[in-house]
Design a protein around this ligand. Structure first.
Ligand SMILES: [Cu+2]
Length: 342
């Protein structure tokens, strides 16, 4: 008994002393742009922090935010309040905790959606410990670009206001230097501009391709569609045969020059940036550099389980892989004429 207590006591001291040193030690690294970054060495203990992020990729997938709507002189106004924070912890993979920087508490931030010509007004509040901004891709005045007007930490505010356009799918992200630090920690999201006449009805979803460098060596340790590695492999996305699927896909992976999207058992129409109503290609594989994005449209003829993943195999083996579970849709017969119900 005494022996056991001594062993437990010694191992506790060893484990916890190692643990505390690792937490307290600041780390210096050089970014790809040559900037030198020092981590604070602050103790952000996931077991005791109140700000642990619980992110639900299932909810995020089909969650579109249309803002608070009003009207002025016939123009629709959509207002959003976006709060930046940089002190949250997220369990990226079982047992791997990472300091995420968030817009409205999640990585990615909320999907902002408007129709071309609407007035988009973003009430931005920076509750972080560093300066942050919101830089939207799209067309807007220079002072709304979120680059030269850094919004100060601890409650700084800025109102971004611009007319929604052009039609398509665009990223938004913080644009404070060093950019790769602010982006790789998670300050990004998706901004969709719908055409006035709308698009054909579809089962719509958003996929942000992202990665996490959890050991600060400027290489990603995990990759995902929507932040949690392997999530949609373990929780397949339920869709139906012969139903139009529309995916707004945005690549936000930092550090790696390319990413890609391969779909199994099918091909998709691809609209780069979503700006044209005519697809540029019909394929099962696209390659995207950072912030490249587009709209994918497809239907499945046959029910069953189909993988989708990066065809950069390293990325798929580190988490960027998922499954579509195609359920038979009794309301419609397959184009092949086979009725799967019978
Ligand atoms: Cu920032």
């Amino acid at each position: 008994m005494l022996m056991l207590s001594v062993i437990i006591g010694i191992s506790t001291i060893i484990v916890f002393s190692v643990f505390s040193e690792a937490q307290l030690e600041p780390k210096v690294f050089v970014t790809h742009s040559g900037q030198i970054i020092q981590t604070s060495g602050d103790v952000l203990d996931p077991l005791y922090t109140a700000s642990t992020v619980e992110f639900n990729p299932e909810k995020y997938l089909r969650d579109f935010n249309y803002g608070r709507i009003s009207e002025s002189n016939g123009q629709t106004i959509r207002e959003f309040t976006i709060i930046a924070e940089d002190d949250k912890i997220q369990e990226i993979s079982p047992g791997v905790f990472y300091n995420v920087w968030t817009f409205n508490g999640t990585v990615p931030g909320p999907t902002i959606r408007a129709t071309e010509g609407d007035l988009v007004r973003i009430h931005f509040i920076n509750n972080g410990s560093k300066s942050h901004t919101m830089h939207f891709h799209g067309i807007h005045p220079a002072e709304m670009d979120g680059v030269f007007e850094a919004v100060g930490s601890g409650g700084g505010q800025f109102t971004y206001e611009f007319e929604a356009g052009p039609v398509g799918v665009h990223p938004y992200h913080c644009h404070v230097m060093p950019l790769e630090e602010h982006i790789s920690h998670g300050l990004y999201g998706v901004y969709i501009v719908d055409p006035k006449e709308g698009r054909p009805s579809a089962d719509e979803m958003v996929m942000v391709l992202n990665g996490f460098d959890t050991d600060f060596d400027t290489e990603n340790n995990f990759y995902a569609a929507n932040s949690i590695p392997f999530y949609y492999q373990h929780h397949p996305i339920q869709i139906k045969t012969n139903e139009l699927i529309r995916i707004y896909v945005v690549n936000m992976v930092e550090f790696d020059p390319i990413n890609n999207f391969h779909l199994h058992g099918n091909l998709y129409n691809y609209y780069p940036t979503g700006t044209s109503t005519v697809p540029s290609t019909y394929t099962d594989m696209i390659t995207l550099s950072q912030t490249e994005r587009g709209i994918m449209e497809f239907k499945y003829d046959y029910p069953g389980k189909y993988l989708f993943h990066a065809h950069k195999v390293e990325f798929s083996e580190k988490g960027w892989v998922g499954i579509f579970l195609v359920n038979d849709n009794p309301a419609q017969k397959s184009q092949t004429g086979i009725d799967y119900e019978n």
